[in-house]
Design a protein around this ligand. Structure first.
Ligand code: ZN
Length: 525
């Protein structure tokens, strides 16, 4: 271990002494960060509590609150200050699934693999019913949809309804790479010629005014199943190898849906094919779900290393602590929370005395639309068009939320000079596969919490990671557990983030920000 670190340290000295460097890099602190990260990692200990003990951590659930209380205790034990919960209003009750069993009764007997759709009701004991399959007409007009519901009302009464045909999931002959190629990542973060990944998608197509939008079809279908007296609903997971992604009833109101499960594609297909033979199928639902009224108020967790001469200026790091409910939410996003906790723990334990305050924030409500970070930014900073005093003292927010893969690069909302500062600060970590930082000027609210800061005109820093099994297996699925974590990847992420956070907390000036006249306007929704 020592020998390895020694070699790394030599490489680091060579890199930071290159004539390009304008940032003063504290090599001694970076060395201590590396040693603490590799020799005293707390990541898997943190992961055990966040997943095995307190997972899943659905927003508004007692589990999430217990996880947050544990983070307050743990970070306080590490010596962080001001650890506390900050409430925000979710506006819906919490929801938990406590029991779930779905069985085929005839013509075959078998346990069926399902997850409950969140914010749907339970069954009040076991119910057995015949299964019918129902597919709403594609792109229906209002008249077509009305007739469809009228024609099918008697068919679904007292039945369990499978909605839609089974998805066809072809065998993947070529599976996606688990790590990104070094040269490709280097090219992406080449400051002279950044290759921005192409996220695709052409201009949006104008909606046909005669067609009922898909969201309204879904809402009317729920109303129809309730008012027609269906006893249950089954959705197809539509993924390979028993993977199930279960989200929520969009209204968050259990009175507006029938008991609903998402079934693995393999069971859904089997039942569909037997029904197509003309053979009746009977299924039993036994679901215990509970709504949690006190879950209407939820929390973000915050803890700090107080600054010294610039204590009123703040560098933040974090990610969302909430998860979906069908697994323990290990890669989304217990590992991001554990990584950011580890980064601040490392800084605390090597005894840094930062000039600016370093603040950890773990959000809730991310999965329902970045709600926790939105509430926090609104409360503390406001928008650049209508700022609160703290807006001027904000020196950057690092966010991580793409699974267990090690950090490979980052984007920062701001001018190219902001990216240059972070690029210099992280350059010594090229040996970990971290290859640079690009600027972005997009204020569009996107897939994770850093964009809540970008939207407000603040420097949100989004970490880009190796994919590992995130999009292919674990993201939002029933397979998202502790077993899927690669500790060494998270250690590498924690050390580069700790070093970058420390650098921003120490340099004479705050991270450069876009001047008011260059600030892009808020995008139209
Ligand atoms: Zn996430």
């Amino acid at each position: 271990m020592k020998k390895h670190l020694g070699l790394t340290f030599a490489a680091l000295v060579m890199l930071v002494s290159a004539p390009m460097a304008q940032e003063k890099i504290d090599k001694d602190v970076q060395w201590k960060i590396r040693r603490e990260a590799m020799e005293n990692s707390q990541i898997m200990h943190t992961m055990h509590f966040l997943t095995d003990v307190y997972g899943p951590r659905l927003t508004g659930s007692p589990n999430l609150k217990a996880a947050q209380d544990w983070v307050v205790k743990e970070t306080t034990r590490w010596g962080l200050k001001n650890a506390h919960l900050e409430p925000w209003s979710f506006g819906h009750p919490g929801w938990v699934n406590e029991k779930l069993s779905v069985h085929a009764i005839s013509p075959f007997k078998d346990a069926l693999v399902v997850e409950a759709l969140a914010w749907t009701p339970g069954t009040n004991g076991p119910v057995t019913a015949q299964v019918v399959q129902l597919t709403t007409p594609p792109s229906p007009t209002k008249d077509v949809l009305t007739k469809f519901f009228a024609d099918n009302s008697a068919k679904v009464k007292g039945k369990i309804v499978m909605v839609g045909p089974p998805g066809v999931v072809p065998v993947a002959i070529v599976t996606p790479a688990k790590r990104r190629d070094d040269n490709e990542v280097r090219a992406q973060y080449d400051a002279a010629n950044p290759q921005q990944p192409n996220f695709g998608g052409g201009p949006p197509q104008a909606p046909n005014p005669n067609v009922v939008p898909a969201g309204q079809v879904a809402e009317q279908l729920d109303q129809f199943l309730v008012s027609s007296g269906a006893v249950g609903r089954i959705n197809d997971a539509g993924r390979e190898h028993g993977q199930i992604r279960a989200f929520n009833n969009r209204t968050f109101d259990v009175a507006k849906t029938v008991p609903t499960v998402v079934m693995r594609n393999e069971d859904y297909g089997r039942i569909s094919r037997i029904l197509a033979d003309g053979t009746p199928v009977e299924v039993e639902f036994n679901i215990v779900n509970r709504t949690v009224p006190e879950g209407a108020t939820v929390y973000n967790v915050v803890a700090e290393i107080p600054g010294s001469d610039k204590a009123q200026e703040v560098v933040m790091l974090g990610g969302h602590l909430d998860s979906w409910h069908s697994a323990t939410g290990a890669t989304d996003n217990a590992i991001g929370s554990a990584t950011m906790m580890e980064a601040i723990r490392i800084l605390q334990s090597i005894g840094v005395k930062p000039r600016r305050t370093i603040r950890l924030a773990l959000w809730s409500g991310e999965e329902q639309g970045l709600l926790g970070s939105q509430a926090y930014v609104k409360e503390h900073f406001g928008m650049v068009e209508n700022p609160k005093p703290e807006h001027a003292n904000f020196a950057g927010y690092f966010n991580i939320d793409s699974g267990t893969g090690r950090a490979r690069g980052a984007s920062v909302f701001g001018p190219p000079e902001a990216a240059a500062v972070l690029r210099e600060a992280t350059k010594p970590f090229a040996d970990n596969g971290f290859f640079g930082v690009n600027p972005t000027q997009s204020r569009r609210r996107g897939g994770t919490d850093s964009t809540s800061f970008n939207e407000a005109g603040l420097p949100g820093i989004g970490i880009q990671q190796d994919p590992i099994e995130y999009n292919s297996h674990t993201w939002h699925t029933n397979l998202d557990t502790y077993e899927r974590i690669i500790e060494q990847d998270a250690q590498q992420s924690a050390m580069v983030i700790a070093a970058a956070v420390y650098h921003l907390a120490m340099r004479d000036q705050m991270l450069p920000r876009l001047p008011r006249e260059k600030m892009p306007p808020l995008p139209t929704p």
